[in-house]
Write a protein that binds this ligand. Structure first.
Ligand SMILES: [Fe+2]
Ligand SMILES: [Fe+2]
Ligand SMILES: [Fe+2]
Length: 429
């Protein structure tokens, strides 16, 4: 087996790819997070906050709506006067805080209040459990930037809309928005580039060029932690998938160990397991949890998730192997999988491992249209699939030999994830 050395992955690449993926769910959302990041960081600069604060505001902007799980949630945030925005903000906070990752704990509070109105400086919070915590300036900046982004009609030239947008924002100064920020926005709005940037089809490029995120390479353990965190955001969008990636990652990693993958390869397998369904961010939660058979169109959207996983992970430099292992989990040895219809020799051992781990885990989980089955019954099914040349025979054989251990590891990983899910679930509304 060829040994794969340590890989180099940039923190900013990983975050941008995830941020972009959040906006795949509907064309109305395209680039929302990226645009808010640019608008917010420009306002922050104009307002004159410290560099570190700008970095936090920029990062928080790229992820600010992670708590809006359903398409309905996302679409309501596009209305200028958002009804009940507190739940998605609170979920975002709970998802990011106390996860042992400093960069995310810092921005969790900013995200928590990104819809809280200024109210003459009183900026009360809607949920009682927040107590009288002080609202960070970054929250007010993102609140303003987010509302500006929503006011821009993307079908028309943005600069020509500047007057109208400034008027709408000014009318809410000291009520919805902090007056000093409204003034900063007003002076910024006189500079044409601000509007050209905000509406640019090349916003990805602009965000990368202006990136304020520290230029750091992630070591494999930080990469594992961050992908573990992202896996929750992918999974928690529906109770049916709430612990899926945690289970797949654990099963795939143990299989890789049994096959003789090196330590580093096993860690890469864990990352791939966490991210294999990242493309599900592009599937409306309403489809993930539809309690009846999906229509042909809905099933097509569902199928697209692996294609999106592939496209999203492709944008992360250093992720070639992870992508290969993650995104081919619905391909089958006989070539009858999707979306690439790869077969036999075209599928690496790592991709085959992931397919086995995915099916084995998914069968044990409830879906809206069927109940989950026991690990033992799931094993029988994958053994049949291996006989029919859908899954790799020798990998399924190994799953059979180590089945008890494999099943325990899966159950353990999934109960841990379930406990964390409960913390987020209380804000499901
Ligand atoms: Fe929001
Ligand atoms: Fe937003
Ligand atoms: Fe999948």
């Amino acid at each position: 087996m060829t040994l794969i050395g340590n890989i180099r992955v940039k923190l900013s690449d990983l975050i941008f790819s995830f941020s972009r993926a959040l906006d795949f769910v509907n064309p109305a959302m395209t680039n929302h997070h990226m645009r808010v990041a640019i608008i917010a960081s420009e306002i922050a600069k104009e307002f004159g906050v410290s560099r570190q604060e700008i970095v936090d505001i920029f990062l928080a902007s790229t992820l600010h709506d992670i708590g809006a799980f359903s398409l309905k949630d996302r679409l309501t945030t596009l209305e200028f006067e958002v009804k009940n925005p507190q739940l998605h903000a609170e979920r975002g906070y709970v998802l990011l805080k106390d996860k042992g990752l400093n960069i995310f704990s810092d921005i969790a509070r900013i995200i928590r209040y990104h819809h809280t109105p200024w109210e003459g400086g009183r900026g009360s919070y809607f949920l009682s459990n927040a107590g009288d915590e002080k609202i960070p300036a970054g929250s007010h900046i993102i609140h303003l930037a987010d509302r500006i982004e929503v006011l821009i009609d993307k079908q028309r030239d943005a600069l020509s809309q500047s007057k109208r947008i400034v008027e709408v924002i000014k009318a809410r100064s000291n009520k919805a928005f902090m007056p000093e920020l409204v003034s900063a926005f007003e002076s910024l709005s006189a500079k044409e580039y601000f509007w050209f940037d905000a509406a640019s089809p090349e916003i990805d490029q602009i965000v990368s060029d202006r990136s304020l995120l520290p230029e750091v390479d992630l070591d494999i353990d930080s990469l594992l932690k961050i992908s573990g965190l992202f896996s929750h955001i992918i999974d928690y969008r529906s109770p049916f998938t709430a612990v899926h990636s945690a289970g797949v990652s654990a099963v795939a990693t143990l299989l890789a160990q049994m096959i003789g993958f090196s330590d580093i390869e096993c860690k890469l397998m864990s990352v791939a397991g966490y991210l294999h369904d990242i493309g599900k961010l592009a599937v409306p939660a309403e489809i993930l949890e539809k309690p009846a058979k999906l229509s042909v169109e809905e099933f097509n959207v569902m199928k697209s998730h692996v294609y999106h996983s592939y496209r999203i992970l492709k944008t992360v430099a250093g992720f070639d192997i992870i992508n290969l292992w993650a995104s081919f989990h619905h391909e089958r040895i006989d070539g009858n999988g999707y979306p690439f219809h790869l077969s036999g020799g075209e599928l690496s051992i790592g991709s085959r491992v992931m397919a086995v781990a995915d099916v084995l885990t998914a069968l044990t989980e409830d879906r809206p249209y069927r109940k989950g089955i026991s690990g033992e019954d799931a094993l029988k099914i994958i053994e049949d699939m291996a006989k029919n040349n859908n899954l790799d025979q020798s990998i399924v054989g190994i799953a059979g030999i180590y089945f008890r251990h494999l099943n325990d590891i899966r159950i353990n990983a999934q109960s841990k994830a379930a406990a964390e899910y409960m913390a987020v679930k209380q804000f499901m509304g």
